[in-house]
Design a protein around this ligand. Structure first.
Ligand code: COA
Length: 322
């Protein structure tokens, strides 16, 4: 099993941003046969935000994270943008984001669907090991561009948003990654995908099943690497596609919803943006303090899955995006 030893880090600043326009569940009943009650009961979602390009949303979340870190643009050495809804097929969206933030550094996209931001966190940690000091890891999506809001399965789930964190090397070693796991199984490409210029197509039941399995698998691997048990984790920040997926996985793993950072009701499924937005929200609500063991948990199309357990250092203020 790989390990990732040897470097301390802290979240030096976080940000979260949602576009203004909201599609509430009741609004959807105009374009499809559905109700607020059904969507809430079956998914936990109350509303989703739409509008804005991925780069615009990413720049706003990144700007907040940078400002809160107290760093200057010249201090950021790399931008990693996790997105599954890039502005263009080519080039990647990260260069435009770096430009918009006035940064002069490397910038690239990570495409691992809803697992992307946690993939980005592991990649960022690799750059810290190579000697970098400050990186910006953003998750941003304009999923409204690939969502059919008349479709009863996908149209109720997806929305736009962005979250960002400045990852900073910290040689005091107070904070660090304790365990991680990244995985993928391309045998399941067909259960959730969008063709070029298409919209998301989904086998909802199979995605549900595979997601629960992936969550169990990656959580177990990260806990094992960290030498921790479920009881040692103070807060889980999971990807949020449907609250019932999280509840089903928690039943098998033994986590409680009290220790889970949920934002889904206000945002819908924002793919790679969900976890960093939930991080910003958790810090805002002071659910994470010095020494907290936080499990970040991604799963999504691919299938891909990802998890990281962080020993949290610092005393950041978060953001309420809604
Ligand atoms: N509104 C109201 N009723 C709906 C509906 C909607 N949007 N969609 C389906 N229904 C009805 C169906 O007609 C069916 O009615 P019937 O029992 O009278 O025949 C019933 O609800 C059940 O339909 P089904 O398709 O089995 O729903 P489901 O329980 O599988 O829920 C999803 C659908 C999409 C909410 C669910 O499959 C899901 O969330 N899957 C995971 C998707 C996901 O997480 N994707 C992203 C991964 S990152």
């Amino acid at each position: 099993m790989p390990s990732l030893p040897g470097v301390g880090f802290r979240f030096a600043g976080v940000g979260a941003h949602l576009p203004e326009k909201v599609i509430a569940n009741d609004d959807l009943s105009d374009s499809m046969d559905t109700t607020d009650e059904w969507i809430r009961e079956r998914t936990g979602i109350g509303a989703r935000h739409v509008g804005g390009m991925t780069s615009e949303l990413a720049i706003e979340a990144g700007r907040q994270a940078l400002e809160r870190s107290g760093l200057a643009p010249a201090d950021i050495q790399q931008v990693i943008l996790a997105t599954t809804s890039p502005d263009f097929m080519c080039p990647g969206t990260a260069p435009a984001v770096a430009h918009g933030l006035g940064l002069d550094c490397g910038a690239f996209d990570v495409q691992a669907a809803c697992s992307g931001w946690v993939y980005g966190l592991v990649v960022a940690n690799g750059f810290l090991l190579q000697g970098m000091d400050n990186l910006l890891v953003i998750g941003a999506e304009s999923l409204d561009r690939i969502t059919d809001y008349t479709a009863r399965d996908t149209g109720i789930l997806f929305g736009n948003g962005a979250g960002a964190a400045v990852i900073q090397r910290d040689d005091s070693d107070a904070g660090r990654i304790l365990g991680w796991d990244l995985g993928a199984d391309g045998d399941y490409v067909h259960i959730l995908y969008s063709e070029h210029d298409g919209v998301l197509t989904m086998d909802g039941k199979e995605v549900f099943r595979q997601a629960v399995t992936a969550i169990q698998r990656t959580t177990t691997a990260s806990l094992e690497m960290a030498g921790l048990t479920v009881d040692d984790i103070d807060l889980v920040i999971p990807h949020q596609a449907n609250v019932r997926i999280v509840e089903a996985a928690w039943k098998r793993l033994g986590f409680s919803m009290d220790k889970t950072a949920m934002i889904l009701e206000h945002t819908g499924n924002t793919s790679a943006a969900t976890i960093p937005m939930a991080l910003a929200d958790s810090l805002y609500k002071e659910r994470i303090t010095e020494g907290s063991k936080v499990l970040f948990l991604g799963f999504g199309a691919g299938m891909t899955w990802s998890s990281v357990i962080v020993d949290y250092a610092g005393s950041l203020t978060g953001t309420a995006a809604w």
